[in-house]
Design a protein around this ligand. Structure first.
Ligand code: FEO
Length: 172
């Protein structure tokens, strides 16, 4: 059974994951209308993943005797000065999500809610991966600079950027 405190903070995280999904959907649209098909596909997939993160929390809250709250979401900003700026925003957002998860873990321990603490470990691992992928992408973008041919290859290759390539430095 969830305490009211834990239920409230998990519901806040549900909103954060839902807003993450919206942010990446907006990024997918931005890239798609610019003709960056690879980047937009990557962002559509990211958006879907965030919805999965949200649903996993929804199920957990409901199964543990709480009631998942489905909130009104903030409208994401949709204008980026460059695709590099867009990926910087993605990394910045993932760092924010990681901090939020860390805070949740801290509260779960304070509340002696070891079931929730255990459940949250999946999110801790997921955030390490997501930040690693975002950093790998930014490393690649910094290598490309303003080169149009590089951008073409990047758009083609982004589908192959995985956590494994991220942890292998992935700069080839
Ligand atoms: Fe669900 Fe990308 O944080």
């Amino acid at each position: 059974m969830l305490s009211k405190t834990i239920e409230d903070v998990l519901n806040t995280q549900i909103k954060i994951e839902a807003e993450s999904s919206q942010i990446y959907l907006a990024m997918a649209c931005w890239a798609e209308v610019k003709g960056l098909e690879g980047v937009s596909n990557f962002m559509y997939a990211q958006s879907d993943e965030e919805r999965e993160h949200m649903l996993k929390l929804v199920k957990f809250v409901n199964e543990r005797g709480g009631h998942a709250k489905i909130s009104q979401l903030a409208e994401p900003s949709v204008d980026f000065i460059s695709f590099k700026a867009m990926f910087e925003k993605l990394l910045e957002h993932e760092i924010f999500v990681s901090q939020s998860i860390n805070e949740l873990v801290h509260i779960a321990l304070q509340e002696k809610d070891y079931a929730t603490h255990n459940f949250l470990q999946w999110y801790v691992a997921e955030q390490i991966e997501e930040e690693a992928v975002a950093r790998t992408i930014l490393d690649k973008i910094n290598l490309i600079g303003d080169d149009k041919g590089g951008l073409y290859l990047f758009d083609r290759d982004i589908a192959n950027i995985t956590v494994t390539s991220a942890s292998n430095t992935g700069l080839q």
